[in-house]
Design a protein around this ligand. Sequence first.
Ligand code: GLN
Length: 534
Amino acid sequence: MIAPVARDLKEDTSARKLYEDLTDGGADRSRDAIEQMLRTNGLAIDDPRLRYLSALMQGYAQTIEIPFEAIAPALSGTNQTLLSRALTGNLVIPDFTAFCAELERLFVAVRECREGDVASYIPQLARADADGFAMAVCTVDGQRFAIGDTDARFGVQSTCKPINYAIALDRLGIDAVHRHVGREPSGHSFNEITLNAARLPHNPMINAGAIMCASLIAPGLSAADRFDSVFQTWRALAGAGAVGFDNAVFLSERDTADRNFALAYFMRENGAFPDGTDLKATLELYFQCCSITIDAPGLATVAATFANGGVCPLTSERVFSNDTTKNCLSLMASCGLYDFSGEFAFTVGLPAKSGVSGALFLTIPGVCGIALWSPRLDALGNSVRGVEFARRLTKTFTFDSFADGPDAGAQTNPRRRSAETIVDQATYFCAAAAKGDLTELRRLMARSIDVNLADYDGRTALHLAASEGRADVLRYLLSRGADRDLSDRWGNTALFDAQRNEDAESIALLQTCTTSAVSASKARRGTKVLSLEG
Ligand code: GLN
């Protein structure tokens, strides 16, 4: 256990406030409860940004109370910003729990689909678990969720193409790279032997273009250093997630590579490569890149780094420049799904990249990255479940890049609401009390909302919870200092609402300590009725 830093933290009121919010107003100060509070907002305790907090909690058993002093040093500085943004609903997807519930619903529906076949051109892919399925999400604020076979490692295959393109772009610049590879969809399958009018591969997202990009990555270095530079880039993109290498896949790829050799010789015949390109070294580097392995949570973080302008959300490391990221995303949007790219742009409208292993990653710029893995492929080589999930995703959320704003259709917008006014907050607070949404209530409390705030009719959250028979909400509001004696414009207290409902549990909660609810209600003192002018 790391000893708490010896300084007077009593004065540190914002750290104390954070502690209050993390422990649900002091209701449960156990490590379990703190970790649960973080999870609700999408933050996992293994998040590299929460390393210090995690280390300070290490010495405590899950159910033991953790005093403020023990974790106070981790509740200030950059951690404080992240934690207070999370607890006050200021991360990009404030209601992360609801968002994940919806993703889970899509996952379960799509899991029923058993169409398509696993790739069989090499034994390692033919042996893949056809029904394996995983989905993971990582937002630009590093909120994470994963479901299904989340531990399964799979080969990245063609999802290495945008990464190799971005490495080449970042190092050489647009002009140097596009002297050797085009940027138009090919209209052909991914390994078609065809070049564009300039005798160059059509784009970096099909085999010919990907082999070309491999030739551009550090050609002067040894084979080991060239591969290492790609591998380290993957690790940085995945925020030190589970990135590995499958040597059996590499050996098989190399042994069955007639088509890729044919593509390379065809390009050399047409003078497409830079002078002095070593074809064998280039192809081997390409096969090695296809043989990198990852799991769905790692691939989601890679996608999130692309969604976040090239900066990994979990480590804040800049991996690619903004321009490189943007250029790569444009080509993913137009060419990322081989010969299905046009239809995918039309129906889904997101930059994405697929691979023959059944990997598919989607990027929702400024919001999140989503990874899917399901090895059954359609006739064009894309994961059947992956494509279906993507389709349903943009039918459910306002993520289609080409849709006209958040209110364009029946989709919900899970993004943070901008610039809420106090009027909005009071409305959300009362609505959450009526719906029994404790997560939203906690979030608004963390924003220092006044628990006794009332609407135009003088109805407080307590009134609404009592009217709807929400005993758990009443308990929570009372523990956070809600005043039982406030009455609405008709002179009624929350107790009156509970009595009208004949709700014994709520009546008991509201009666405790109330001497005379009815006479107090007449006084109507202290109610802060929200004024729209104010
Ligand atoms: N290794 C595969 C190939 O080059 C990658 C292709 C893919 O994922 N579509 O053929």
